[in-house]
Design a binder for this molecule. Structure first.
Ligand code: ADP
Ligand code: MG
Length: 726
């Protein structure tokens, strides 16, 4: 049997970049050509239908059957003109991935003929056989049927000659089985609530839209090396691997020259993304070797979420063409930075105002301060929910590992804004020179003070001039999850804010004074989550504990916030999710956690027993042969001195092997016990407390063996190969 690792390395030595033969066209000429956006809509719909569809998209007007029929016909004509053969409802089940089931347009009309048909009914609703999607017990108690229903606010698009129609996914009884439905509800709640508050400052406001600009981090690994690592293939991360002598300590990868093989991949990816109307704009090397990042221009949240889901698919698809694999896991490599997905978030009114942007006059700055206070208060109140919304087995390996924000939810606002908030608290006034100072803070001239930017980067929720950046989100996550939580929390806070202001006004208080009173109250009561220091430090952990902030370090503990009375009230009051739907989500996420840890444990056991130990024994036998040979030729008196090294290595190898064997046996035992537990909550606790702790221990011995065993025998591609081959 040949060593798989060497086979993979051989392939790698011959690798040439796959050239991307692009186009001479300007991006603006092909941007969005594969989406049924406003331009295509205008070309293919009657002006009246076009207007009604636009109203539905921009203002949420309902869509009737007639329109659906005309839109379906237009979609079909448009799609056929682009060579499309199939259509699918495209949705976000709670697996975190996207789902699709393709149907051809053709309908046989007898005597060897067929025509293409696509009706309004098929556009509006489909019934996928959905019994295998996670539903947390919702469906099993009723029926296995689930429906997908068209979401006109996100444009249909074409991938692989298939027309994809973004949809929500609900049960027969109307309960949400996906991320999109609660997201749309949260966004609509935010629209209403924020519009209500904005009317206090700008009475002409009629709509507020939440905006999202995500930053996607990922690793690239050569396809051959990837295929030789069963752990990467099955879990998305390496469960073993001794650190490379050099990894990121020289910081020579960050913003470095993009390797040419990767560049070809990026060019092709961007071309495809632009054709799909995804406004990707930024690309660069990240901190860890072979780690990269891309970011689009921000968009309305629902669209940005769909685009991120699409981007994750597209990255994988294009990487395959270039003989590479994309790793979206939060922590593919131990002791090397993991990957996150910063979510830049703000709100914009239909009057062109960014609600989190300071303004040009006193009234606008007053609005700005009020919005900041409301968001801080919402985050303070629902910190545990925000933490739960980003909890996953993968993210547990990253949060609090001194490279990513900790599991403690705090907010950074910067010096000047801090001073302003403190001044409101103590003197009851917005400082006079606030505007000038703020201008300085957010001016385009970069702040050079290194200290400041460094500290800023450690905060899980940081104000960055005209938006907040939620940085604790994991790279593989569907960002709908944190967006549902954040927008729901802020919507609720907006409502409470307005109610309080109106109550003061009803008591005869002047409007600005009333607003100021509530702003002040929020600033004071949310103060405990404001932290300007280094969030990665031990001091902060202690300080946060003193302040009574939660530090929910793992997924099973963090997820509990999904079903806390406070969360249930928040979601029910704002008609986003019912208690039953929340319980279902809680169970699904726990189940996902258990399964992920279970799979990793199995992969670890298999690799250790079937791949690592046999190789270690083989090398040990070589050493034993060598020692026997020495014994024959060497004077017995000096033998032990001369063979000392070999004997010690043989002993060390034996020890590691026997440790690995017994640890794996114990882990399997614990797995059996965990699997037999009745509830998913107990199983999750058992996996967390009794199975997971073996990972580090087993890994320790395997990684030691990697350093002892002959390099030529070692079966798994090593970290230096995975991280530095390109
Ligand atoms: P940086 O934060 O690195 O200085 P930018 O401020 O340009 O860079 O933006 C980073 C990300 O924030 C981008 O994805 C951008 O689209 C997004 N962003 C900028 N403004 C907003 C906004 N108002 N709402 C949401 N996202 C935004
Ligand atoms: Mg950023």
């Amino acid at each position: 049997m040949e060593n798989l690792r060497f086979k993979a390395l051989e392939k790698l030595f011959d690798r040439q970049p796959v050239r991307f033969v692009g186009t001479d066209k300007k991006v603006s000429e092909y941007f969005g050509e594969l989406t049924f956006g406003k331009e295509a809509m205008r070309d293919y719909l009657t002006p009246a239908t076009y207007q009604r569809l636009v109203n539905s998209i921009d203002k949420g007007d309902p869509i009737d059957r007639e329109i659906a029929d005309e839109v379906a016909a237009a979609l079909k004509t448009w799609a056929l003109s682009k060579g499309v053969t199939h259509y699918t409802h495209w949705f976000h089940p709670l697996t975190g991935a996207t789902a699709e089931k393709h149907d051809a347009f053709i309908v046989p009309v007898g005597y060897g003929r067929a025509i293409e048909v696509f009706k309004g009914d098929e556009l509006i609703q489909q019934e996928p056989d959905a019994s295998s999607f996670p539903s947390g017990g919702i469906r099993s108690t009723f029926e296995a049927r689930g429906y997908t229903a068209w979401d006109p606010t996100s444009p249909a698009f074409i991938i692989d000659k298939t027309l994809c129609i973004p949809t929500i996914f609900i049960s027969y009884t109307g309960e949400a089985l996906d991320y999109k439905m609660p997201l749309l509800r949260a966004l609509s709640a935010l629209d209403k609530a924020a519009t209500g508050v904005m009317k206090l400052f700008d009475p002409k406001t009629t709509h507020v839209q939440a905006t999202l600009g995500w930053e996607q981090e990922y690793f690239l690994v050569d396809n051959a090396l990837y295929s030789a690592r069963p752990d990467l293939v099955l879990t998305g991360r390496t469960v073993f691997g001794h650190p490379s002598a050099k990894d990121q300590q020289l910081s020579d990868h960050y913003f470095g020259v993009i390797p040419s093989r990767v560049m070809e991949f990026m060019k092709e990816f961007e071309y495809e993304a632009h054709r799909l109307g995804i406004p990707v704009k930024t690309r660069h090397n990240e901190v860890a070797p072979n780690q990269f990042e891309l970011a689009p221009v921000f968009e309305e949240v629902n669209l940005a979420v769909d685009h991120n889901q699409l981007v994750m698919l597209l990255l994988q698809k294009v990487a395959r063409k270039h003989n590479m694999r994309v790793l979206l896991h939060e922590k593919p490599f131990a002791r090397v930075n993991g990957s996150g997905k910063h979510c830049n978030w703000s709100m914009a009114s239909d009057r062109g105002v960014n609600l989190l942007s300071p303004g040009k006059n006193a009234n606008e700055n007053f609005r700005f301060i009020a919005m900041i206070a409301i968001v801080l208060k919402a985050v303070e109140k629902h910190a545990d929910l925000l933490r739960a919304a980003i909890a996953s087995a993968g993210n547990d390996l990253r949060l609090g590992a001194h490279e990513a924000p900790p599991a403690i939810i705090s907010a950074f606002v910067g010096n000047y804004l801090s001073e302003a908030l403190d001044s409101i608290e103590t003197t009851g006034e917005i400082p006079n020179d606030f505007k000038a100072r703020l201008d300085h803070q957010i001016s385009k001239i970069p702040q050079i003070t290194r200290d400041n930017t460094d500290r800023n980067r450690t905060s899980p929720f940081a104000f960055t001039g005209n938006k907040f950046e939620f940085r604790a989100v994991g790279s593989s996550h569907n960002v709908a999850s944190p967006m549902i939580a954040l927008n729901a929390a802020v919507a609720d806070q907006m409502n409470e804010f307005r109610t309080k202001v109106e109550a003061f006004m009803a008591d005869g208080m002047e409007k600005d004074k009333a607003i100021f009173e509530v702003v002040k109250e929020y600033i004071i009561s949310s103060k405990r989550i404001r932290f300007e220091g280094n969030s990665y430090s031990e001091e902060w952990v202690a300080e946060a504990a003193r302040r009574g902030l939660s530090n929910l370090k793992n997924t099973p503990t963090a997820l509990k916030a999904y079903v806390s009375p406070q969360t249930v009230e928040l979601f029910e009051k704002n008609k986003i999710l019912t208690e039953r739907e929340l319980k279902a989500r809680f169970e699904i996420k726990l189940e996902n956690y258990v399964k992920k840890v279970q799979i990793e444990a199995r992969v670890m056991g298999d690799l250790a027993i079937n791949h690592i130990i046999p190789i270690a024994i083989r090398y040990q036998n070589t050493l034993l042969e060598n020692v026997k040979g020495l014994k024959e030729v060497i004077d017995p008196k000096t033998f032990t001195t001369i063979a000392k090294n070999q004997l010690q290595t043989i002993k060390n190898i034996s020890e590691h092997i026997s440790q690995i064997k017994s640890l794996v046996d114990e882990m399997v035992e614990q797995r059996k016990i965990a699997n037999a537990l009745e509830t998913i909550e107990d199983q999750a606790e058992a996996y967390l407390n009794n199975v997971l702790p073996f990972f580090e221990q087993i890994r320790y011995h395997v990684d030691k063996l990697e350093m002892l065993v002959d390099d030529e025998l070692w079966p798994l591609p090593k970290y230096r190969e995975l991280l530095f081959s390109r």
